[in-house]
Design a protein around this ligand. Structure first.
Ligand SMILES: Cc1ncc(COP(=O)(O)O)c(C=O)c1O
Length: 377
C-alpha cells in the first residue's frame, strides 16, 4: 500500500551513500574489510563496552550470543510482548522460552513475574528494552539474575542510545544485542551487534560467526595460508558494505535521537488533551529514543476504531506487539494458550504504534492528531 504517512522512513544523508560507494569502488574487501572492525571499535566506545561484534542481523547475533553463553538447553525467561526473534533465538539455540509478564509502563519484563517463572532449569533472563524505551525494572532484573546465578542478556534491538541515569541500555547484562534493520535507530538495511565486556564470550562469538574458523591475523580472502576450523559455525558475518554504512550512520546517531525525541515530545504535547490516550513512558532518568511511538487506548474497540480510521486516511499504524505465546508455532510446540499471560494479552489489545521518524514534519503530526480527534468525536 502507498501510505500518505508511512510508519517509518530510514534516515540518510549523502555521506551514507558515499560510505557505500567507497567500498564498492575499491573493488575488494566487500566481505571482510577493515570497515567492520572500525564499526565495532566505534560502536563499543559509543555504548561503553569492551567489545562489540557485528552480525548480518540482530536475530543471528542473538542466536550466536546464546550459543556463546552455552545456552543450548534449559529455559530462558523472555517477554511475550516483543518481536518474534527474541523467542526464536532461544529456540534456535536449543533452549525453551518461558514467557513472563511485562509491566504496564515501559512494557519491559515485570520482575515479580520473572521471579515466579524461575525453575532449576532456568539459565538466563532476557529483557527487552521496548521501542527505544529503557526497561523500567532492569536493575531489579539484574539483582534477580545475580541472586539466582543466571545470565542477563539484554535485547536492545530497538533501543540503541537509550539510557537509565546516563548509563546506556545494553551495559546492564552479561551481553546485549542491537539491530540495524531498516526501522531501527541507525540502520544499514540488515545487521546486528553484540556488546559484552566478557573476552571469552567475544572470542567464542567470533568462531560461531564465521564457520568456527581460527583467525590467524590475515584476512582469509587475502592469504594463501589455510586456517584451521576448530568447531562448527555459521556465516553470520556482516558485509563490509553494510558495516561502512552503519559506521556512517553511527556518526549521526546523536542528531537522529535528538530529532526522534523532538517529534515524540511534540506528539506528547498534542495528544495530552485526549483523556483516553496514554503516551509513551519516558523521563529525565529513563532516556527514551523512540524507535517506536506507541500509545495505549482504553480498550481494544477504540484501538481498532482508530487504526481503521487512520488507515482510511492513508496513515500507517501497527500493533507492536501481538503476544508471541499466541502465535501458532509457540502454541503448537510449547502448548501455550490464551490466558497464560493475562496482563500481556490485555496490554497488547490496547497498544498502537503511530508513525515516527526523524524527518516526520510537525504538520504531519498535526494531521495525524486531527484524524485521531475526528475519530474520537
Ligand atoms: C525486540 C527485537 N528483538 C530482535 C529483533 C531482531 O533483529 P533483526 O530484525 O535485526 O534480526 C528485533 C528486530 O526487529 C526486535 O525488535
Amino acid at each position: 500500500m502507498n501510505w500518505k504517512i508511512p510508519l517509518f522512513e530510514s534516515y540518510w544523508e549523502e555521506d551514507d551513500v558515499d560510505s557505500v560507494a567507497k567500498v564498492i569502488r575499491r573493488g575488494s574487501y566487500w566481505a571482510t574489510g577493515p570497515e567492520i572492525e572500525q564499526l565495532e571499535r566505534e560502536i563499543a566506545k559509543y555504548v561503553g563496552t569492551k567489545y562489540a561484534l557485528s552480525f548480518n542481523s540482530g536475530t543471528s547475533a542473538l542466536h550466536a550470543d546464546l550459543l556463546a553463553h552455552d545456552i543450548t538447553d534449559g529455559e530462558v525467561i523472555v517477554p511475550s510482548f516483543t518481536f518474534i526473534s527474541t523467542a526464536n533465538a532461544v529456540v534456535l539455540a536449543g533452549a525453551k522460552p518461558i514467557f513472563a509478564e511485562i509491566e504496564d509502563g515501559s512494557y519491559g519484563l515485570d520482575s515479580e513475574s520473572v521471579k515466579e517463572k524461575i525453575t532449576n532449569k532456568t539459565k538466563a533472563v532476557m529483557p527487552v528494552h521496548y521501542g527505544g524505551g529503557p526497561c523500567k525494572e532492569i536493575k531489579a532484573l539484574k539483582e534477580i539474575a545475580k541472586d539466582h546465578n543466571l545470565l542477563l542478556i539484554e535485547d536492545t534491538a530497538e533501543s540503541l542510545g537509550a539510557k537509565i541515569n546516563n548509563k546506556m541500555v545494553g551495559t546492564f547484562g552479561h551481553s546485549s544485542m542491537s539491530s540495524f534493520c531498516q526501522n531501527k535507530i541507525i540502520t544499514c538495511g540488515e545487521g546486528g551487534v553484540i556488546f559484552t565486556d566478557m573476552k571469552e564470550i567475544y572470542q567464542k562469538l567470533k568462531l560461531i560467526r564465521s564457520h568456527g574458523r581460527l583467525e590467524m591475523g590475515d584476512d582469509y580472502f587475502s592469504t594463501t595460508k589455510e586456517p584451521d576450523y576448530i568447531q562448527i559455525g555459521y556465516n553470520f558475518r556482516m558485509s563490509t558494505i553494510s558495516a561502512s554504512l552503519a559506521s556512517s550512520q553511527l556518526k549521526k546517531i546523536n542528531k537522529i535521537i535528538k530529532l526522534r525525541r523532538e517529534k515524540a515530545n511534540y506528539f506528547n504535547k498534542k495528544l495530552s488533551k485526549f483523556g483516553n490516550i496514554i503516551t509513551p513512558f519516558g523521563s529525565e532518568d529513563y532516556y527514551h529514543v523512540y524507535q517506536l511511538y506507541t500509545i495505549q487506548l482504553e480498550d481494544n474497540k477504540s484501538r481498532e476504531k482508530i487504526q481503521k480510521y487512520l488507515e482510511k486516511a492513508g496513515i500507517m499504524t501497527k500493533v507492536y506487539f501481538e503476544p508471541i505465546h499466541l502465535k501458532t508455532f509457540y502454541k503448537e510446540k510449547f502448548n501455550y494458550r490464551r490466558g497464560d499471560l493475562t496482563e500481556t494479552e490485555e496490554i497488547s489489545k490496547k497498544v498502537l504504534t503511530l508513525p515516527l521518524y526523524p524527518t516526520l514534519s510537525n504538520d504531519k503530526i498535526d494531521h495525524i492528531v486531527e484524524k485521531i480527534e475526528e475519530c474520537n468525536r
